[in-house]
Ligand binder design. Structure first.
Ligand SMILES: [Fe+2]
Length: 509
């Protein structure tokens, strides 16, 4: 595990300092979007960057040919003890992004990495490898986050996150949003260049949207400090889309392909996530010794159109059709196979949307939110049945999407009174989406009386969830900032919940 001091020092090393380094060759600094690492394994990790000296121009200011980028991995922050180096191609068809899948590293320790292009050296990132499958039970500290609409606020949570002693950051989607951006930057009150304002439709526009979001120094610092595991939700393509279908415009195959490609180009993910004949395939599994298994889900690419309607709608018989799916056949098979063979004490699902029931109107009707698992109850039952059938130890779901916090008991079947609690879900709020407004508390808060399995709800604070996973307990702290209208917000813990080994359901501590 990293020392806190080392992590904090990295966090304080601003991207600007690297950008101010004199360049003998005269070109412009190419690492404007930062560097990142992700998808840690026992012997390796992915290193990412994108060469973009002019990130707000098509082509990023790079020549339309491939160029070599040198990468280095060292044991120490000063790069005196290099352990792996190489040169990767940055291709124009991938916007000169680089995804280096480093292997041959020792398990369960921290590493430092950087890139060189011509005379320019990137900032230094810190990453780590996972423990081996046979390692002692150990411990895991991670944070999870979601929903960072750029024009609805700054990202101060990331500045706080980098001061933590974390092994990993999990991002559960809505890393970018597909909407147009106002000229005055919305809540940020920062002038936005014209070419960045339009709702992205083609690949170059999506690339510029990622460039805008990745220009945020607090987000860059969080990527520098920890390896990330990233999945997507709807806004990486379009609000509430399902598979290739949109409620606004029907078939969105072309839009989705451009959006998925830009996502791959800007995230520290492995080759299967690259769109092509075999993919993108982004659902994947992290094993952390015998302590934890994290299954990161793709709840968008394969899902059925919600059978009872888009968004808030009454339940309907169509939802019980066994062909209705959230994850798709292949992902379900992969997931349950992982359940069958897990040897982990904590079995964590990273879900883009909420698994727990939210009854909107009690006995008065059947209103539910059909974009979440409530629109797919038969698929949800297959999943909870698989937990039970395979005796999966300690299922815990960590979730994004809602811009609100929920702590939920997951019942085996929400439609059967008295059905046992078989899992726990903690829905983290947004990094910035919904800004400082009072939006969801007044709307969803009064519904809690219909939902006794929801142990905690907070509608409108912004932040992330910090988790400490140990032998006996999964502890989750709800870390909240007091505003997203400024980057220097104050952070505090709103509440802390714990799940005890062998007892599904969280309790407040
Ligand atoms: Fe969101």
């Amino acid at each position: 595990m990293a020392g806190v001091a080392g992590t904090a020092a990295l966090a304080q090393m601003p991207a600007d300092r690297a950008a101010a380094t004199p360049r003998p060759s005269g070109g412009e600094y190419p690492f404007t979007l930062g560097i990142a690492s992700g998808d840690p394994a026992p012997t390796g990790v992915v290193l990412w960057t994108r060469l973009a000296p002019k990130p707000y121009e098509p082509g990023g200011g790079m020549p339309a040919r491939r160029v070599g980028v040198r990468w280095e991995v060292a044991r120490d922050e000063g790069f005196r003890r290099l352990v792996r180096t190489g040169t990767a191609w940055a291709l124009p068809e991938l916007s000169h992004s680089v995804h280096v899948e480093v292997d041959g590293l020792d398990p369960d320790r921290e590493w430092f990495y950087r890139f060189r292009y011509r005379d320019d050296v990137s900032m230094v990132g810190r990453t780590r490898t996972a423990p081996t499958a046979t390692a002692g039970i150990g411990a895991l500290s991670f944070a999870y986050a979601s929903c960072q609409r750029w024009d609805e606020g700054y990202f101060p949570s990331y500045a706080h996150m980098v001061r933590e002693d974390l092994d990993l950051v999990v991002h559960l989607g809505d890393y970018v949003y597909e909407y147009g951006i106002p000229a005055d930057g919305g809540f940020r009150r920062t002038a936005v260049p014209e070419q960045l304002r339009a709702a992205p439709r083609d690949l170059d526009q999506w690339r510029m949207r990622y460039a805008l979001v990745k220009s945020d120094p607090q987000l860059q610092a969080a990527h520098l400090a920890f390896p990330w595991m990233v999945t997507w939700d709807d806004h990486e393509v379009q609000n509430d889309y399902a598979n290739t279908r949109s409620q606004y415009e029907g078939d969105i195959t072309a839009l989705r392909l451009a959006a998925y490609r830009a996502w791959y180009e800007h995230q520290p993910v492995r080759t299967p996530a690259r769109p092509g004949a075999q993919g993108p395939r982004i659902y994947r599994r992290l094993r952390w010794g015998r302590l934890a298994q994290l299954d990161l889900l793709d709840g968008r690419q394969y899902r059925s159109v919600p059978p009872c309607g888009w968004g808030e709608a009454p339940a309907c018989p169509g939802q019980d059709d066994p062909s209705v799916t959230m994850l798709g056949t292949d992902q379900e098979r992969w997931l349950y196979d992982g359940f069958a063979h897990t040897s982990a004490r904590w079995n964590i699902l990273g879900s883009n949307v909420m698994m727990g029931r939210l009854d909107h109107d009690g006995d008065a009707g059947d209103l539910l939110w059909h974009d979440a698992w409530d629109g797919f109850p038969a698929a949800r039952r297959r999943l909870t049945d698989a937990w039970v059938r395979h005796r999966v130890p300690n299922p815990v779901v960590v979730t994004g999407d809602w811009h609100s916090t929920f702590v939920n008991d997951i019942h085996r079947d929400f439609d059967t009174p008295g059905s046992p609690v078989v899992g726990t879900e903690i829905v983290g709020t947004s990094i910035s989406s919904n800004g400082d407004g009072e939006v969801y508390g007044p709307y969803y808060g009064p519904m809690m009386r219909y939902n006794p399995h929801i142990r905690f709800f907070d509608g409108d604070r912004r932040g992330y969830v910090r988790c400490h996973v140990g032998r006996d307990e999964f502890r989750a702290e709800l870390r909240m900032v007091d505003t997203v209208s400024r980057p220097d917000a104050v952070e505090s813990t709103l509440a802390t919940f714990a799940v005890e080994n062998g007892r599904p359901g969280a309790h407040r501590v």
